[in-house]
Design a protein around this ligand. Structure first.
Ligand code: XMP
Length: 517
């Protein structure tokens, strides 16, 4: 396995995902790991990732002392290359101007790292690579024993190596797709140079996780809050594979779910797979508490707290449970590791079930803790969950509660559920569902005039929202075909009494958010 040391770059998680895509297990740790912690991890190779600071500044972070004498191959990327150069006796200096974006590097040396990799070959026989750069400093002198491997006009040392010791540095970012052959470069390092085998496949991950869960919980009983979202669904399927009937899931219906959500979860898990699922209908309780409340944050608070209360009450009725399972995934863990707050995990509020662990003396089991979202999806398929469940759009914990603007009422929720279901159904029909990242309908409690037959109708408005995004931090509104919008709009207006107008939201994020509240 591979150890990735994090110097604070936004790209570090991407490096880890790429290495795992190659089929090799890796973990991200902070840059100041001690040599004994590194030995304990026993990596086949180490990647020093990028970072926002400058090696030339006093007190900027460095790779752990002793790392370069462990006899383990090291690849430094961007800041990682600079700190490697600096620590081994080379020199780093600020560039005249920052280099950011696309660049072409000329490969000058021979190397296992860049073996057989070129994007263009010039008439003179030079190999050129298209890469992505983002740096303000650069290596200006390589350490003893190193040779220059590639350069650009403005950064003559864009890659370096000491092949005899297995040390490599690249100034560009192989982990981003703009570096066309970045994945091959990383795989040369991981497979050829470090000698790792590509064993980290979905079926291996499942087998491994099943063994670990069995070893961890033994014959104890485990409780899981199942929401129907990707993470909790895969957690349920995995635990069921590992421990069968020792698992009990609680599904809380808060009355703010999508159409037929509860039925689908019960069909899939209880009837199809034979998982123990308790379906708790708490619609009235949630809607009662939400009466007269129109502030979005207050609604979120009420829905979150009530979920915890209902889940807790249900849980204490189940006998002899020792473990609480949660669908925490690796990005949540890494985020909190970075903050160094001393806390091991930050649990997503939706998964957080309040005081239950202490009250019932439950320990946590988090079988997805080491997995990225794409790995969670792939093992979901491996466990037999349907593609549509595993690749479904995210759905916020407060559900329709924040998609009904202002006060939440059952009649609004019922109309919205129908409208949302029509929108999603047509997105599937037109083959657009998986081309958007998130799509849903929003209920606007304002009335507008419409005419049906001879009668004037004075009824509510539904807005449609569909976005494309990778990280949900920024998003572009999806350019859906007019025919699709036309079908959805006429179906909603014709099929749902009470709605006489449909609009499409053409705001991007920022400044608009994805949800309307
Ligand atoms: P915004 O609206 O902030 O949404 O652009 C970004 C992503 O977060 C989801 N979201 C939530 N998820 N509880 C959740 O579990 C919430 O209160 C919440 N608010 C927004 C939203 O659906 C989108 O995927």
């Amino acid at each position: 396995r591979i150890l990735i040391l994090d110097f604070g770059s936004q790209y570090t998680q991407l490096i880890a995902r790429r290495v795992r895509e190659i089929g090799v297990y890796c973990e991200i740790r902070p840059f100041d790991l001690t040599p004994s912690e590194i030995s304990e991890f026993s990596p086949r190779g180490i990647i020093l990732a990028g970072g926002p600071e400058s090696v030339t500044e006093l007190g900027s972070p460095r790779a752990p002392e002793g790392l370069f004498s462990l006899g383990i191959p090291v690849l430094g990327i961007c800041y990682g290359m600079q700190t490697m150069a600096e620590e081994l006796g080379g020199q780093v200096a600020a560039c005249d101007k920052r280099e950011f974006g696309y660049a072409q590097v000329r490969v000058t040396g021979d190397s296992k790292l860049l073996h057989d990799i070129s994007d263009h070959i010039t008439e003179g026989g030079e190999r050129l690579l298209d890469v992505w750069m983002s740096h303000g400093d650069q290596v200006v002198a390589v350490p003893d024993g190193f040779e220059v491997l590639a350069g650009t006009g403005s950064a003559p040392i864009a890659a370096m190596q000491d092949e005899s010791r297995g040390f490599y540095g690249v100034q560009f970012h192989p982990e981003v797709t703009h570096t066309l052959q970045g994945q091959r470069i990383l795989s040369h390092f991981v497979l050829d140079i470090c000698g790792c085998e590509a064993l980290w496949t979905p079926s291996e991950i499942v087998d491994d996780a099943v063994d670990q869960i069995r070893a961890q919980v033994g014959s104890d009983k485990v409780l899981l809050g199942l929401s129907g979202g990707v993470d909790s669904s895969v957690t349920a399927a995995l635990l069921h594979r590992a421990i069968g009937d020792q698992l009990t899931c609680v599904f809380v219906d808060n009355g703010l779910l999508r159409l037929n959500e509860g039925k689908q979860v019960m069909d899939m898990f209880a009837r199809n797979m034979g998982v123990n699922v308790i379906h708790h209908n708490a619609e009235d309780r949630f809607l009662d508490l939400l009466k007269g409340v129109d502030d979005p944050e207050e609604k979120r608070r009420i829905i979150g707290n009530t979920f915890i209360d209902v889940f807790d009450e249900e849980a204490v009725t189940i006998r002899d449970v020792n473990w609480l399972a949660q669908g925490t995934i690796y990005p949540d863990v890494v985020e909190s590791a970075k903050s160094r707050s001393g806390k091991a995990t930050v649990i997503k509020s939706h998964h957080n079930v309040g005081g239950l662990p202490e009250k019932m003396k439950l320990s946590l089991v988090e079988p997805l803790r080491e997995l990225f979202k794409d790995e969670v999806r792939r093992i979901g398929l491996e466990l037999g969950l349907p593609y549509d469940m595993v690749y479904r759009h995210p759905f916020p914990g407060p559900g329709l509660g924040v998609r009904i603007l202002g006060e939440v009422r059952k009649e609004y929720a019922d109309m919205l559920r129908e409208a949302d279901a029509i929108f999603l159904e047509e997105l599937h029909n037109y083959d657009w569902y998986h081309r958007t990242s998130q799509a849903f309908a929003v209920f606007l409690p304002v009335k507008s005039v419409g005419v049906v037959g001879d009668a004037r109708r004075y009824e509510y408005v539904v807005a449609l929202r569909a976005v494309e995004t990778l990280d949900f931090m920024t998003a572009r509104w999806a350019h859906l075909p007019y025919e699709l919008l036309e079908t959805v709009s006429s179906r909603i207006i014709n099929e749902i009494p009470g709605i006489s107008r449909v609009t499409y939201d053409v705001s991007s994020k920022p400044p608009a958010t994805i949800e309307w509240e």
